[in-house]
Design a protein around this ligand. Structure first.
Ligand SMILES: [Ca+2]
Length: 150
C-alpha cells in the first residue's frame, strides 16, 4: 500500500515538473471580438487573468502558434505607458516593467502624440498604437494553475 502511494506521488511530481517547465507552459486564449485596449483588459480580468505579458521570444513563438490560421490582424498585448514625455517607460498590465520589447521597424513613434498602448503583429513585432482603436487580443493562463486541483 505504502509503496503504491509513493509510486503514485512520484508520478504526480513528474507530471507536475513537466507542466511547469519550458515551453508550452501556457494556454493562450485568443479573443477575435475587437475591443479597445481598456475594454480588452477588463474582459481578460473578468476571465481570471490579464492581457498577455510577454517576456521572451519563446513565449512569442508559442503565442503566435496558437493563433487561428490565416489570421493577419494586429492584436493587443498588455503593454502601455502613462508618461507623456521621454523617456517613456513601458509597463505591463500587471504593473511590471517591460525589459524585452521587440519593436517593429520605426516603432515606437507615438503618432500624433497619442499612442499609449502596444499591439503586436503576426510576425511578433510590436508597435505603439491608439488605445481607443479596436483590435482582437490575447490572454494566457498558466497550465500549472491546475496544480491547485491536487
Ligand atoms: Ca506607432
Amino acid at each position: 500500500g505504502i509503496l503504491l502511494a509513493i509510486l503514485f506521488l512520484f508520478n504526480k511530481l513528474t507530471i507536475l515538473r513537466r507542466k511547469v517547465s519550458g515551453v508550452n507552459s501556457y494556454v493562450f486564449y485568443f479573443v477575435s471580438e475587437k475591443m479597445n485596449w481598456t475594454e480588452a483588459q477588463t474582459y481578460c480580468r473578468q476571465h481570471y487573468t490579464d492581457l498577455v505579458t510577454v517576456n521572451d521570444q519563446t513565449y512569442i513563438d508559442e503565442l503566435l502558434q496558437s493563433l487561428p490560421s490565416g489570421f493577419s490582424s494586429m492584436m493587443w498585448i498588455g503593454l502601455y505607458r502613462t508618461d507623456e514625455y521621454f523617456p517613456w517607460v513601458w509597463v505591463w498590465s500587471d504593473g511590471s516593467k517591460a525589459l524585452f520589447t521587440p519593436w517593429d521597424y520605426s516603432q515606437p513613434n507615438n503618432v500624433g502624440g497619442q499612442q499609449y498602448c502596444v499591439c503586436m503583429s503576426t510576425k511578433g513585432f510590436w508597435s505603439d498604437w491608439w488605445c481607443t482603436d479596436k483590435l482582437p487580443f490575447l490572454y494566457a493562463l498558466r497550465k500549472c494553475g491546475s496544480l491547485r486541483r491536487w
